[in-house]
Design a protein around this ligand. Structure first.
Ligand code: UDX
Ligand code: UDX
Length: 446
């Protein structure tokens, strides 16, 4: 049992703290947001993450997980302090480090015993060294500390599983012994643990997220070509994925990547690279393709329904991906903005993100279910691939709509089946007739 403090009880910090408590450690989460801490003390999770509420309650009841807004209380017994505050995009696309600075100062001012400070937030290369300078400036000169970088690779909606079954743990530090102590915290997870230097660890996080965003933009570019040439990108991705050198994940074409990480991290890496004299053309293209995905779908819609002025468009799914209520950089926001700027009226439905969405887009009509949303709509756009959308009664949906037009921004539906039901269907990068020969190959393989 080790004593761990986590600064920042957001998506990453709360999952990290709770999972460490679940592994048997004594954890205290510190957050400057009083309302958030009050909710957590009462056993309420301020956002939607499957399995987290139950895990928080269980560990809080056992006394292994506590919450506070006070740095002195949070740091007083800690051996390890994890920093998991947000690092939003600044005006030029750079990562804004003001919260990291606040956390480093906050820790330094109250620490009265040796500490290992572990940074989980995604920060520009070199930030670990900079944090050490800040702590040195504010801390008592005789108190020893070390900064270790330990980037997080948690996917929202699957964060607990990702924490407990990681592909790898990356640790970076100038002090190998400190990194090895942090490694001990993860030993029971039986994952590969890589220890490297601070800057390399920080770069691994950016390079990983940029690579994943790059894969998605790549398949989206292939999707555009498929569309023009009559191939089906969904089948193309399956065929590519069988190659072990490529693999099947992160090849879903659609409206592109959003969320709290890919957009800000690709932007920050591009910024970091360009201010250091590099020409990150690939990263720029990756972002440009992503922007285009949302615009192309509006063009597809216009081709089918004509002018969007006065049309009612139903938006199926608002969260940036399924199993979360996170709306940060959600493609739905841009799609809805483009539609309303052309005079369309918007109805929308999402299983969990509507409360958050109401604060961002008050003029949308939010519906209690997908059928209410379909009623009187001139077209539907599927924006988030929630599981439940695959099981809709599409005959009923069609009857309720003014015109049976379905733009499938996540390739959820079978083009052939919807065609047979009488829908005018367009996916992303899918031949209009749907796959023919390739489905036979799939049968042979199964
Ligand atoms: C994390 C970050 O670590 C980011 O770098 C990474 O790229 C994505 O994940 P996330 O957990 O999504 O960010 O952020 P958020 O949910 O906004 O939580 C941050 C928390 O830190 C908030 O609860 C905020 O109140 C808290 N905070 C912020 C502090 O406690 N102190 C501060 O000084 C600033
Ligand atoms: C990501 C990283 O996966 C995680 O390792 C990191 O630490 C935080 O950022 P997250 O943003 O929660 O996680 O979600 P992820 O599942 O990676 O999806 C990101 C975006 O890419 C979503 O908008 C999703 O819809 C999109 N996506 C994903 C695709 O468009 N196609 C795909 O094949 C996969």
């Amino acid at each position: 049992m080790r004593k761990i403090s986590v600064i920042g009880a957001g998506y990453v910090g709360l999952v990290t703290g709770t999972c460490f408590a679940d592994l048997g450690n004594q954890v205290i989460c510190v957050d400057i947001d009083e309302e958030k801490i009050a909710k957590l003390k009462a056993g309420t999770i301020p956002f939607y993450e499957p399995g987290l509420e139950e895990m928080v309650r269980r560990n809080a009841q056992s006394g292994r997980l506590r919450f506070t807004t006070s740095y002195p209380e949070g740091i007083k017994e800690a051996e390890f302090v994890f920093i998991a505050v947000n690092t939003p995009s600044g005006a030029e696309g750079e990562a804004d480090l003001k919260y990291i600075r606040m956390a480093a100062e906050g820790i330094a001012k109250v620490m009265d015993h040796p500490l290992i400070i572990v940074n989980k937030s995604t920060v520009p290369i070199g930030t670990g060294d900079w944090m050490a300078e800040i702590v040195e400036e504010y801390a008592h000169p005789e108190i020893e500390f070390t900064v270790v970088s330990n980037p997080e690779f948690l996917r929202e909606g699957a964060a607990i599983g990702d924490f407990l079954n990681p592909d790898r743990i990356v640790l970076g530090s100038t002090n190998r012994e400190a990194a090895e102590q942090v490694a001990q915290l993860y030993l029971s997870l039986r994952a590969p643990i890589m220890i490297t230097d601070l800057r390399t660890a920080e770069m691994i996080k950016y390079a990983s997220n940029a690579y994943l965003a790059n894969r998605i933009s790549f398949i989206n570019e292939i999707a555009s070509i498929c569309e023009k040439l009559g191939a089906d990108v969904k089948e193309v991705a399956i065929g590519m994925g069988y190659d072990k050198r490529i693999g099947p994940d992160y090849l879903d074409a659609g409206l592109g990547w959003g969320g709290s990480c890919f957009p800000k991290d690709v932007k920050a890496l591009e910024h970091m690279a360009s201010i250091h004299g590099c020409h990150p053309q690939l990263l720029r293209a990756v972002m440009e393709i992503n922007r285009d995905q949302r615009r192309l779908i509006i063009q597809t819609l216009r081709e089918i329904v004509g002018t969007l002025h006065g049309k009612t468009i139903g938006i199926l799914g608002l969260a940036f991906k399924p199993n979360t209520d996170d709306m940060r950089e959600a493609p739905s926001i841009e799609v809805i903005h483009l539609l309303t700027s052309e005079g369309a009226r918007i109805k929308a439905y999402d299983p969990v993100a509507m409360e958050v969405a109401k604060g961002i887009m008050p003029d949308v009509t939010y519906c209690s279910d997908p059928y209410q949303m379909a009623e009187g709509s001139d077209a539907l756009i599927a924006v988030t691939e929630w599981n439940e959308f695959q099981h809709l009664d599409m005959v009923r949906v069609k009857e309720l709509m003014r015109q049976p037009v379905l733009i499938d921004g996540r390739n959820i539906y079978d083009p052939q089946k919807l065609g047979e039901l009488g829908f005018i269907y367009r996916g992303v990068g899918r031949g209009y007739e749907g796959p023919t020969v390739i489905s036979e190959v799939k049968k042979a393989a199964s």
